[in-house]
Design a protein around this ligand. Structure first.
Ligand code: PMP
Length: 403
């Protein structure tokens, strides 16, 4: 059995906020003490810039930083450590891809394939460059139960897109996509595959060798790590073809006013001083997380999810958009006829933290013909008490708003 009490005790946040029910986990996760301690230890004891100092302190900071890269590469089972590129988050990773491929691989008239439920971070960067370079974007629609339409996906793959990019888990509905199958189908159609793992990485340890995608991006802060740090994983052959989005120090081999030659991977794609403490904090999060059996965490989260579904279905006037199966622990819902922000406001008054709105997925809400939803997102440190308090607050919201 997963011991949620001892897990939760490792988060100082909950000591500071004993009365809050934190269910905004899809926006960002709370940080265990192991992470906050690693970050402050770096600043208090080890702070120096990396990769450039002649002195021992810089060499030690560099060793820690590169050790963190190894930890992360090992965690995601990358074939080579240099395939882990540090970014400021999933958004930065996707922007690097859209920019970097557009100049080299994607040519006017080419097609790329996205899906109807993508986060704006997996739409806007492509759009910015596609418009300029004449690359066509196709979109995989959803079925009636708001799952990706895999038949339509296969038909769109027949148009031979150069690249397919989709999220591992929907940040609105919580639905887990059949990523393994989708990557295999895209590869069979000859496409470059990009997986937005922003929500996926915390649900399941991503295995790059098994998944075999060309790129996978995620943010540290959704994996118990600090904000402002993320990973762009890519296969060496593809990373080498990316035009760097940022130029500057460390990413070069030689610079003159006539020409610049670039450094090797991973440095070629990491211009400037990186978020050193963030990277060390992210590795600390992964090291800490690895002491837990993820199968038990998944079971615990599905217990919470099922209890929530059961309770919410009994509240008259609550319409649930998410499906309970193949769901990573996120529920989007509405109260009939009420604005999602009004519902979230009442939950806030009851000290239940959720998010309301379109969750950076406007095309999904256009498709659903809704102006938004309330999102309840469970994490491993949530308890059945949290579920019950949220349900009570939801009942009150319905009562107040429909009175
Ligand atoms: N993709 C998905 C599916 C997300 O949930 C998020 C964060 N909400 C992002 C991309 C962007 O992540 P970040 O804001 O950390 O860059």
């Amino acid at each position: 059995m997963f011991d949620v009490s001892s897990f939760r005790r490792q988060f100082a946040f909950f000591h500071h906020h004993p009365d809050w029910v934190y269910l905004d986990n899809a926006a960002t996760m709370q940080k265990p003490d192991a992470v906050t301690e690693a970050v402050s230890r770096f600043y208090q004891q080890d702070n120096s810039n990396v990769h450039r100092g002649a002195h021992q302190l810089s060499q030690q900071a560099t060793a820690q930083f590169e050790q963190a890269r190894q930890t992360i590469a090992h965690y995601i089972k990358a074939q080579y450590v240099h395939e882990v590129i540090f970014t400021s988050g999933a958004t930065a990773g996707l922007n690097q891809l859209a920019f970097g491929l557009m100049h080299t691989v994607l040519k006017p008239g080419d097609r790329i394939l996205l899906t109807q439920l993508e986060h704006h971070a997996n739409i806007v960067p492509w759009q910015l460059h596609c418009q300029r370079y004449g690359v066509i974007i196709d979109v995989v629609p959803l079925t009636a139960d708001r799952q990706l339409d895999l038949n339509a996906y296969q038909q769109l793959l027949a148009l031979k897109p150069k690249l397919v990019s989709f999220s591992h888990i929907s940040n609105v509905l919580g639905h887990i996509q059949p990523v393994q199958q989708m990557v295999a189908l895209a590869k069979a159609a000859g496409a470059i595959t990009v997986v937005d793992g922003a929500q996926g990485v915390v649900y399941q340890q991503p295995d790059m060798r098994q998944l075999d995608c060309d790129f996978y991006v995620f943010s540290g802060h959704k994996l118990y790590g600090p904000t402002g740090v993320g990973v762009l994983y890519g296969k060496t052959q593809w990373l080498e073809q990316l035009t760097p989005l940022c130029g500057g120090g460390e990413m070069i081999d030689s610079v003159s006013f006539v020409n610049t030659t670039f450094n090797n991977l991973p440095f070629r794609l990491e211009a400037g001083t990186p978020n050193i403490a963030g990277v060390i904090g992210l590795a600390a999060a992964i090291n800490w997380l690895q002491q837990y059996n993820n199968k038990l965490i998944i079971e615990h989260k599905s217990l919470l999810l099922n209890a929530f579904f059961q309770g919410a279905r009994q509240i008259k006037g609550v319409a649930i958009l998410s499906m309970p199966v193949h769901n990573a622990g996120i529920v989007a819902l509405n109260v009939d006829g009420e604005h999602p922000s009004d519902v979230a406001d009442i939950l806030n008054q009851q000290q239940v933290a959720v998010r309301a709105g379109q969750h950076c997925a406007m095309p999904l809400f256009d498709y659903l013909a809704l102006n938004g939803a309330v999102r309840v997102a469970f994490a491993a440190y949530n308890t059945l008490d949290d579920v019950n308090q949220c349900l009570l607050a939801l009942e009150q919201a319905v009562e107040i708003l429909t009175a």
